[in-house]
Design a binder for this molecule. Structure first.
Ligand code: ADP
Ligand code: TYD
Length: 218
């Protein structure tokens, strides 16, 4: 596998999408072949599953179904889109991946962590990110950004089923991301995302440039 698989994680509204787009721009400027994608979603089937998971109407969804739906979306995404891109030597930038299942379904909902990890491993055939950037912001800040995006910012985008959960849930998710960073120091970079977007992008780019150099010299 010649490609590089980079994932962006963090609480809802932390600024992942903003940073992923900025990194994609930098990489494309240098002539890299970049695939930008996201979870849940990324393929036609996965996008349909995303619709079911995030629809606020589906309030009665049980935790087991939620875990399996994220995994089903991931299985299709990995095999139909991510693995072929990596085999073709492309750089894949993915908005969320397995760490999100661990942070949201295990730390957030309380589903057994080994169960979530083993279901995710089955779904992805063991694929792991080369590098993961976790955008870290206090829960109040991410919620403010989300509310701004949902209404105050002139957008008509409503909060989805997960975003509507309470502050305690989102605090557990954030703590989960901290634990993941501590457990995987070789892969994960925790980025202080409570700053101007340009400063955050500089940190991501500094690390990514080094990653590219290491990759080329292997
Ligand atoms: N560093 C930042 N400072 C302030 N607002 C930001 C920053 N980065 C992103 N935003 C804004 O916050 C909202 C959520 O950003 P987004 O990139 O969509 O986050 P995520 O993908 O993590 O949900 C958007 O309205 C975006 O313009
Ligand atoms: C991939 C994934 C996402 N999620 C959640 C996180 C988000 O609340 C939601 C949708 O992700 P996303 O579209 O990235 O939302 P945002 O841009 O607001 O961060 O799905 C999980 O709970 N488990 C998972 O495995």
């Amino acid at each position: 596998m010649n490609g590089i698989f980079i994932t962006f994680e963090g609480p809802d509204g932390a600024g992942k999408t903003t940073q992923l787009q900025k990194l994609a721009q930098e990489l494309k400027k240098l002539g890299h072949d970049v695939l930008v994608t996201r979870e849940p979603g990324g393929t036609s089937i996965s996008d349909k599953i995303r619709g079911i998971i995030l629809d606020p109407v589906n309030a009665e969804m049980v935790d087991q179904a939620e875990v399996l739906l994220y995994a089903a979306s991931r299985a299709q995404h990995v095999h139909e889109k991510i693995l072929p891109a990596l085999k073709a030597g492309r750089i894949v930038l993915c908005d969320r991946f397995i760490d999100a299942s661990v942070a949201y379904q295990s730390y957030g909902l309380g589903v057994d962590i080994d169960t979530v990890k083993s279901i995710s491993k089955f779904a992805s055939s063991g694929l792991q990110a080369t590098r993961t950037y976790i955008m870290d912001v206090p829960v109040e800040v991410s919620m403010q950004r989300l509310n701004h995006r949902a209404g105050g910012g002139g957008s008509d985008q409503q909060l989805d089923r997960i975003e509507q959960k309470n502050v305690d849930y989102h605090s557990r998710v954030r703590a989960g991301f901290h634990q993941i960073a501590e457990d995987h120091p070789e892969r994960v970079r925790m980025i202080d995302a409570n700053r101007a977007a340009e400063l955050i992008a500089e940190d991501v780019w500094l690390d990514c440039r080094q990653l590219l150099e290491e990759h080329i010299s292997v």
